[in-house]
Design a protein around this ligand. Sequence first.
Ligand code: SME
Length: 161
Amino acid sequence: MSYIPVTYPAAKSEFYPFLLDQLKLYLGEEKNRTAALANFSSVLAQAFPEANWAGFYLVDGDTLVVGPFQGRPAVSRIDYGKGVCGTAWKTGEAQVVKEVACFVGHIACDCNTHAEIVIPLRHPDGAIWGVLDMDSVTPGYFTDEDRAGLEQAVALLEDLV
Ligand code: SME
């Protein structure tokens, strides 16, 4: 399948339904985890020009290990409860960080990053198998509307193998 460039609606109320359609289009029937997460992170990078990192950390024992992503090289392992990602894993709650300098324990990967959002990924039984992580150079970039929209988006991934 070839990628067709699209213009995302500016209004969040229209942006997220559009994003969900794009994700469904490029995920297709793919159930391989690496393939699906790679295309998912690519779609996010196209959809969020102000995001400087978009991708996944995946549970491996008692750490998160970096998975498919778009952006600069990043830390490869994050312990349970550490950083924004490990906090999302431990609490089971999405983290919306307006300014990473104010998040105690934030793990810096790119010194240009100001805002971050992390969404837990769950199996149908509720077990967390990873997190979606997005960063932005714009302070306050991510909002609760993004949290709600991205929680819907990652629900598309719940039956990956
Ligand atoms: N900032 C994250 C680390 C991963 S990078 O943002 C890609 C954290 O504190 O968990």
